[in-house]
Design a protein around this ligand. Sequence first.
Ligand SMILES: NC(=O)c1ccc[n+]([C@@H]2O[C@H](COP(=O)([O-])OP(=O)(O)OC[C@H]3O[C@@H](n4cnc5c(N)ncnc54)[C@H](O)[C@@H]3O)[C@@H](O)[C@H]2O)c1
Length: 444
Amino acid sequence: MSAVESPDCTPIEANGVKHRRNSTILNPRCYLTDELWKQAPVLTGSTKFEPLDNAKNILVTGGAGFIACWFVRHLTLTYPHYHIISFDKLDYCATLNNTRILDGCTNFTFEQGDITLPVDVKRVLRKHKIDTIFHFAAQSHVDLSFGNSYQFTNTNVYGTHVLLESSREHGITRFIHISTDEVYGDVPIDAADLSETSLLAPTNPYSASKAAAEMMVSAYRTSFKLPLITVRSNNVYGPHQFPEKIIPKFIMLLQRRNKLLVHGDGSPTRRYVYAGDIVDALDTIFHRGDIGQIYNIASKDEISNTEICHKLLDMFGLPHLTTEDLEKRVQYTEDRPFNDQRYATDGSKLAALGWQQKTGFDDGLRTTVDWYRRFGEVWWGDISRVLTPFPVVEGTEIWTQEEHEALPSDDEGRLEGVNGQQDSPWTADALDHLQKMEGKSRES
Ligand SMILES: NC(=O)c1ccc[n+]([C@@H]2O[C@H](COP(=O)([O-])OP(=O)(O)OC[C@H]3O[C@@H](n4cnc5c(N)ncnc54)[C@H](O)[C@@H]3O)[C@@H](O)[C@H]2O)c1
């Protein structure tokens, strides 16, 4: 099936990245053909409030990613009074297909930029006279954070710091920071649900980077009286989520008649919020929440990874009740280096603002399966490598774990570069300096 129409969509050189051996380069700028994307439903939340007088130009970071694209569509289409600026670096998991429906809207603008570059952030704040920020942009996949943790600290902590400092200089009326229930760490079975004042005890590099970002947020709230709100959500699922995360990945594996790849024994549970519901929660917090507060977005649906397998196998009409049938459909792989058993948060503070979960897990899952069956294969480009057990990502380039292990190591690459003068990781100055030093030591 033809997925793309844009002439700059060849995988080689996509996003300026050179294609290396055995990899896929995803191009978030690739557009689906008209005939395809016009069939896609326009998915938003369902809440609508009186627009705020002191909000006009709203910057949404990470707007071409999963949750933020839902929020961007909702704000743009529900509130013509607001001008929405989607700001995204267009990383491997992003796609402009997520907001393409808005391209003709006069109150929507897309700006490509990187939150870790102060120059990009200051430019967009000034250019669009931003008064409100929703900060979603992040490295968001826990599995990747075990292999690529510097990237997580850089984007999630330093990127948040850049946004805070730039907001302080620029002046804003509201900054809503999107965090996660993972900052609380593992919650034992039968322990009480955690409230917003519970201790933060993250256990993996992703959750640690999100907790560290929250410390920066808290410091800017206290030191500079920046008008901040922090939101900690349970797991979110629904259409438009990049198929590296468990639900869309499993759907796409079943669609391809492949086995489901379950980490460990499949027993860890997560609480799941449908994307339309988190949009309503954020809309509620935006219009009714108090500056300076933290709000949990908490779901009632706590589901184990094994239960997700069973529910999806049911929806695909695949038998799974005997051990023999299950073995045909499910493959257990090694676990993450560490995997929290469960997270459990209390949402009564947000309920007091009027939000409640509307979509139960089974209904949300059905809608999600339907969407991925129609669009999952074409929405992001070739996702074959994404569907393997532990894919490796660098920029927008993706390998299977085995392919990545077979690549020349960094050291070999560096030596090849210096000796062969090709693709050298040294800057011209450093190389020059190195050669002069070598010359001196030979003379002496
Ligand atoms: N998905 C979940 O279940 C979940 C649950 C709780 C909280 N969150 C939080 O919600 C936010 C959004 O999560 P998601 O699942 O939609 O993520 P996602 O990975 O789908 O999207 C992240 C987006 O951020 C962009 N981005 C990454 N680095 C950037 C940079 N340096 N500059 C600008 N843009 C950059 C990417 O291109 C992408 O579009 C994250 O902060 C995440 O921690 C997610």
